[in-house]
Design a protein. Structure first.
Length: 239
C-alpha cells in the first residue's frame, strides 16, 4: 500500500470554525466479522465518505480482514505484478503501487474529516495526516516491544534486524483524500502468510522484505492488535 491520492479541494471551503473546537463527536470504531470482499469494502468506503461530507454520518475507523488479493494504486507498474494468476487483483483508486491483503493482516480503513483538527494533526494538512498514521502504527508496535521506524523515500513502517541490519516492512500506508475526507488507510501485518507477498513487488520496493508480529516472535491475537491500535490512536489523533 502506498502513500497518497488527493482529489478536489472544494470541501476546504467549509471552514472548521463552523463547528466549535471540541464539539465534534468521537471517531467511531467498527470491526468486521470474517473476511470482507474488496469490492464490498470499496463500496462501503465510498458511501461512508459521501455521508461524512454531507454530515449524514460520523467519522469511522473500520477494521477488516480480506481474503488473499492484490491491489494496485494509481502508480502501479504491471511488471511489478509477478504472479498475476495467484490471487484476484483490484484497482484500489488510491495513490501508489501494489500491495497484498489477506487473512492475518489487519487493514484499518480510516475515514476522517480532515477539514478539522484531530489531536496533534492540524486541519487540512495531508502530510501531517500521513505522518500521524505513521506515528499511530509506531506507537501500536511499541506495545508489543517492537520498534517501528520511518524511512525517507520508502513508505510504510519498517523493522530492523539489529543482528543483520536487514530492514523489513511490517505495516503499509495508503491514503486517498476526496474533498478533505480521507479513505483507505493502513495494513498491519499481525500473522499473514508472508510468502503471499511474493506475487508482487510490494509498493515497488524490491530490495527489502516484509515481516509480521508473528515472524518477530510475538504471538498476538487480532483482538490484541486492535486494542493496541485503539490505544495508540488516542495518543496521536485524540478522539
Amino acid at each position: 500500500m502506498t502513500q497518497l491520492q488527493v482529489q478536489g479541494d472544494s470541501y476546504a471551503d467549509r471552514a472548521t470554525k463552523e463547528t466549535p473546537a471540541g464539539a465534534w463527536p468521537p471517531v467511531a470504531w467498527q470491526a468486521a466479522e470474517g473476511l470482507t470482499a474488496y469490492p464490498d469494502a470499496l463500496a462501503a468506503m465510498r458511501a461512508r465518505v459521501a455521508a461524512i461530507r454531507s454530515h449524514e454520518a460520523g467519522e469511522l475507523v473500520w477494521l477488516v480482514e480480506h481474503p488473499p488479493l492484490y491491489t494496485a494504486g494509481t502508480s502501479a507498474k504491471r511488471s511489478d505484478l509477478k504472479d498475476p494468476d495467484r490471487f484476484p487483483t483490484f484497482d484500489a483508486g488510491r495513490g501508489g503501487q501494489w500491495t497484498y491483503h489477506g487473512p492475518g493482516q489487519r487493514t484499518a480503513y480510516v475515514m476522517l474529516d480532515l477539514s478539522r483538527p484531530h489531536g496533534s494533526v492540524p486541519a487540512r494538512d495531508v502530510r501531517a495526516y500521513v505522518h500521524g498514521l505513521e506515528e499511530w502504527l509506531i506507537r501500536a508496535l511499541d506495545r508489543f516491544n517492537v520498534r517501528g521506524e520511518r524511512r525517507e523515500g520508502r513508505v510504510g513502517i519498517w523493522v530492523v534486524d539489529r543482528a543483520t541490519g536487514e530492514e523489513n516492512k511490517i505495516a503499509a500506508i495508503g491514503v486517498r483524500v476526496s474533498h478533505w475526507v480521507s479513505w483507505h488507510g493502513v495494513a498491519f501485518n499481525v500473522e499473514p502468510k508472508l510468502e503471499n507477498f511474493g506475487g508482487i513487488v510490494p509498493c515497488g520496493i524490491a530490495d527489502h522484505g516484509v515481516t509480521s508480529l508473528a515472524a518477530l516472535g510475538r504471538v498476538v491475537s487480532m483482538e490484541e492488535a486492535d486494542a493496541a491500535l485503539r490505544g495508540a490512536w488516542k495518543e496521536v489523533f485524540g478522539d
